[in-house]
Design a protein around this ligand. Structure first.
Ligand SMILES: NC(=O)c1ccc[n+]([C@@H]2O[C@H](COP(=O)([O-])OP(=O)(O)OC[C@H]3O[C@@H](n4cnc5c(N)ncnc54)[C@H](OP(=O)(O)O)[C@@H]3O)[C@@H](O)[C@H]2O)c1
Length: 307
């Protein structure tokens, strides 16, 4: 081995070690700081809007928040499944209004949200609807799907927040929650489109928290790892490995507790969060090297059969 190669290997190892330390230390400091942060008073939500409530995480959140005296505005595209959620929430005493308008339909969806807010001022807004999908660079259809992901995961979030945003600020009351993903913090190139949409809403929401803080409006971003839902079920059945896979109930407990405690970032499970922070802190030359080693794009073709 030439001297240069030894030097490269040494720099790389030091880089890896340093990045690992920085990633772990900053994640641990974050966790310790957040556990010492003063506890905020609970908001007694009376009007809650949740998008993507016809299935998975959104449905489970709707049912968890359903109770006497609360109004729930719920959305999804599949009417039958949404009505099923409505029934479960009404059985717990909540008043429920539903719509099947697509979140990416800016005009129609924003109008519906605006009207809901006029009828019953929303104090908890959960922008949860989302889609994952095919992988760029594997087929023309897969490339086109990326527009749909941005329309739903990014524009859909804006279409949900923007109509209520200023009203909440003026009322000086409310909590905005956006469901991103741990893959918005960092992911391998197998889900480049999905990760990019989730990274966009992650950044938007973390900055929004600071913007809204002086106006007494709370903002949180939720970053789940792998949670049992329609989104993960299909891939799992094809043998896709999902470390630290979590039940929907366990995820809902963490999310609702995070909202109660007004956490800025509600990320779970912890080991995946630490891994995400570790990779996020790597210099590009090191992550590039790791990608070359593990070659995640090998799996693209088989995963893309799901799109
Ligand atoms: N499950 C996970 O492991 C995981 C991990 C990280 C982040 N997330 C995020 O968590 C959120 C919820 O996902 P999930 O796991 O619960 O998936 P899911 O079971 O597939 O549910 C997705 C929900 O979003 C709705 N939706 C999708 N596109 C929509 C559109 N254009 N207009 C209106 N509603 C739309 C769906 O409604 P219809 O089915 O009626 O169309 C459904 O109610 C998503 O933002 C997802 O990215 C999930």
């Amino acid at each position: 081995m030439a001297l240069n190669d030894h030097f490269d290997a040494l720099v790389l190892s030091l880089g890896l070690l340093l990045s690992a330390l920085v990633g772990l230390v900053s994640a641990l400091v974050g966790i310790v700081l957040s556990s010492f942060a003063p506890r905020t008073t609970l908001i007694n939500f009376s009007s809650i809007l949740i998008t993507g409530a016809s299935a998975g995480i959104g449905k489970a959140l709707a049912v968890a928040y359903a109770q006497d005296g609360r109004t729930l505005f719920l959305t999804g595209r599949n009417r039958e499944r949404l009505i099923e959620t409505q029934r479960e929430c009404e059985a717990k005493g909540a008043q429920v209004e539903i719509t099947t308008i697509d979140v990416s339909d800016e005009q129609a969806f924003s109008k519906w949200v605006e009207e809901a807010d006029k009828r019953k001022p929303i104090d908890l807004l959960i922008a949860n609807a989302g889609t994952s999908g095919s992988i760029l660079g594997t087929s023309r259809t897969a490339d086109l799907k990326i527009r749909e992901m941005f329309a739903i995961n990014v524009d859909g979030v804006l279409n949900t927040l923007l109509p209520v945003f200023t009203n909440m600020r003026d009322r000086r009351r409310g909590h905005i929650v956006v469901v991103s993903s741990l893959s918005g913090l960092f992911d391998v190139p197998t889900s480049v489109g999905y990760s990019a949409t989730k990274a966009a809403v992650f950044q938007f929401t973390t900055f929004l928290r600071e913007v809204m803080r002086p106006h007494n409006v709370r903002v949180s971003v939720v970053c789940p790892g792998y949670v049992d839902s329609n989104m993960t079920r299909a891939r799992r059945s094809l043998g896709s490995k999902m470390p630290f896979f979590m039940s929907t109930d366990a995820a809902i407990k963490i999310i609702t507790q995070g909202i109660d405690e007004n956490r800025g970032v509600i990320a779970f499970p912890l080991p995946m969060y630490l891994i995400a922070w570790f990779f996020r802190s790597l210099p590009p030359s090191v992550s590039d090297f790791i990608f070359k080693l593990i070659n995640p794009t090998k799996k693209l073709e088989s995963w893309n059969s799901l799109s």
